[in-house]
Design a protein around this ligand. Sequence first.
Ligand code: NAD
Length: 543
Amino acid sequence: MGKGVFQVPRAINEPVKTYAPGTPEREAVLSTYKQMYKQKVEVPLYIGSEEIKTGNTASMHPPHDHKHDLGVYHLASKKEIDQAIASALEAKEQWGKLSWEHRASIFLKAAELIAGPYRNKINAATMIGQSKNIFQAEIDSACELVDFLRFNVQYMTEIYQVQPESNSDAWNRLEYRGLEGFVYAISPFNFTAIAGNLPASPALMGNVVVWKPSAAQVYSAQVIMEVFKEAGVPDGVINMVMGDAKMITDTVLEHRDFAGVHFTGSTDVFKSIWEKIGKNIHNYRSYPRIVGETGGKDFIFAHPSANPQEVATSISRGAFEFQGQKCSAASRAYIPASMWEEVKELVIKDVKSFKMGSPEDMSNFITAVIHESSFDKLARYIDQAKEDKDAEIIVGGNYDKSKGYFIEPTVIKTSNPTYSTMCTELFGPVITIYVYEDQEWKDILPLIDNSTEYALTGAIFSRDRYAIEYATKALENAAGNFYINDKPTGAVVGQQPFGGARGSGTNDKAGSVLNLYRWVSPRTIKETFVPAKNYRYPFLGEK
Ligand code: NAD
């Protein structure tokens, strides 16, 4: 701390621009998109002050036009991973000592760069590289990332203000140091904001980071690194490396100074990381912090009192926006028989009205899924549903990967509440619906609670207050983000802290004070003003 008890600007959510026809933001982002699409980029490893080109490269292609070449990114070998760890550790001392207000300034500046001069670039990169339509890119790579950066600065100061009681003879203080060692951030493909937040939040709290983005998000990850550099994140504080995920992870997790992992991605990968940390536990200087937000099998439950139109809209938006590739996307729904015909008609009407294609055409609501292996997996499940007697495709069911990885939004109805697509995370534009008898609604709740390993998001729809209270209690452990009369997606930083328990993660709530607490190691300092000069306590006195 410098010379003052400084207050940071009060965080407010970045307003979402509309990109409606005729707006200046629409023209601007389209022009950036077109310009970037023509160029070829070369993404280096960012290690310390160096941008390293190993010569061993992988190519990048837009999911909606996979023959189009966007350029390459360089792949690290074990040597560069060791170098990234060394450069992080070298930066550690100076960064850890820097007064907090300077760390705050850097990340507040990063937020303003994204909200302003980098907005079009980061949105266009997310549209091109991850195939998001402009609205999905805006709420993610611009607004959510800005929100993470701004709110985390505010939460950091709230943590620093939490101080112990003191008496007049001694002053007790809590000092929130970064962890001893370095943090490993591993990010998924589906949110540019998460990719930026995973390294930024530990760094903000005084840590140094080795960050491994997803291979399918490197294109926008480079823009994040450009922003960090321009905002003044010092060399070595955040090092970005790409390459074989297993090799990188093994190298990092074997290091004595590994102090924590900040992971978002699938459940099995996180479990494998946890297992490796356990195996290496005797090698570490400290007990590593393990923070992981993982998969989901998110539900919509409609009570017989619900409004069918609202239920249908929550399915259309909650299951299909960004092609269902949100950890929070609704992928199973439980609808009462009395409402099914109406909900079905409405959802079919919505799905048939969706336009699918490149995000460059802004009338497209649906674009491509992220890569071929995701496409093939989804196609397999859809084909299986066509064969299975207990499944029926209500709408969609077609797919085509000739130009891009396009999967039609698909609704499966099943007569089996534990049918495979009711329990397995597919991570695509597929939702499965189980229709139940109205009078059995209470029996459905334990089924929702127990039929998957996850507990990420879930929504209930009802106009009956008694039913709302009953279901909210019955599903207490079924979702870390629980919605009443709203779709289960669209959490906003500062408003709905995000994360789930069970197989869905450690529930440390990204974008909240709870998450930031994981990246500090507090030191208690007691300073006594007039120290004792005699060991004898009064009780030892003679009569
Ligand atoms: P993924 O698990 O395939 O990849 C995530 C990251 O882990 C990537 O950087 C990847 O390269 C890396 N990785 C892959 N295999 C690895 C290994 N063996 N060792 C170490 N690292 C490895 O996930 P994805 O496809 O990028 O993202 C989708 C998944 O992420 C879904 O399961 C989704 O539910 C989840 N997700 C969860 C949240 C949340 O907040 N709970 C948010 C976004 C995504």
